[in-house]
Design a protein around this ligand. Structure first.
Ligand SMILES: C[S@@+](CC[C@H](N)C(=O)[O-])C[C@H]1O[C@@H](n2cnc3c(N)ncnc32)[C@H](O)[C@@H]1O
Ligand SMILES: Nc1nc2[nH]cc(C(=O)O)c2c(=O)[nH]1
Ligand code: SF4
Ligand SMILES: [Mg+2]
Length: 222
């Protein structure tokens, strides 16, 4: 089985509840969405077809032997949109079988039913400001594991904040899932977002993209 890979890089996890941990990223090529703010358009077309076994061997070589526990070796599948590849569930299963902690970054536009339950799913509920708000499968909420998976909102402006707050409140998703509010880099002021979260007493986690704080917004492969 082959899959089209844009890049594989070892860095610091810059997003989500596991922010700051060393992580190996496997970025697949291609995405059917076109979010207004996408920082990864370079992955829409370019890539190399790779054998699954070859990708697994590289993962083993770069991550070393698996360990359990809070600082276990960690691999994340991202893109592009990884679930646009029919091979993604098999790749995720194989990464789990190597014994690593495995996360998946996805737009929530593709069915999560075939994704192994143990994969940490970071699901981005696209907002009106992204231009892709309708690319959402509400049934994906049923496949998200409480206490493990994360529901993420990337916010373009104050209107997106209010929309995300009301969407979460209607479903009370914060009672069962980690909810992340992240400003679009260079667009929504993180201080404004922090103050609104506190003022509205929202049980969500504010995050800014740590890799961009460290290396700037333009550096690829971090
Ligand atoms: C590049 S996407 C790949 C995975 C999947 N296609 C998705 O959108 O979730 C990874 C994450 O980066 C976020 N992202 C992309 N561009 C961003 C930007 N300019 N500022 C903040 N987050 C951004 C996306 O919203 C998504 O949560
Ligand atoms: N350092 C770093 N952390 C990340 N977490 C999610 C990323 C992504 O592009 O999906 C990402 C990324 O591109 N770089
Ligand atoms: S879904 Fe993800 S990769 Fe696709 S355009 Fe949006 S942010 Fe970029
Ligand atoms: Mg990124």
């Amino acid at each position: 089985m082959k899959v089209k890979v844009n890049e594989v890089f070892h860095s610091i996890q810059g997003e989500g509840a596991r922010i700051g941990r060393p992580c190996l990223f496997i970025r697949l090529t291609g995405c059917p969405l076109r979010c207004s703010y996408c920082d990864t358009a370079y992955a829409f077309y370019d890539g190399t077809l790779r054998e699954l076994d070859d990708l697994l061997a590289e993962t083993r070589q770069r991550l070393g032997p698996p360990r359990k526990g809070p600082n276990a070796p960690f691999v994340e599948l991202t893109g592009g949109e990884p679930l646009a590849h029919p091979q993604a569930p098999e790749l995720l299963r194989a990464l789990l079988d190597l014994g690593y902690e495995v996360a998946l970054e996805t737009a929530g536009s593709h069915d999560l039913a075939a994704v192994p339950r143990e994969v940490i799913k970071i699901v981005d509920r696209k907002t009106p400001g992204s231009g892709e708000v309708h690319r959402w499968l509400e049934t994906n909420l049923d496949h998200m594991v409480p206490g493990q998976d994360e529901l993420k909102f990337v916010l373009c402006d104050p209107a997106d904040y209010e929309w995300a707050r009301d969407w979460c409140a209607e479903r009370q998703v914060w009672d069962r899932l980690e909810v992340l509010f992240s400003p679009v880099w260079g667009s929504l002021d993180p201080a404004w977002l922090a103050e609104r979260i506190v003022a509205d007493d929202l049980p969500v986690r504010l995050q800014v993209q740590l890799h961009k704080v460290i290396w700037g917004a333009e550096k690829k492969g971090v």
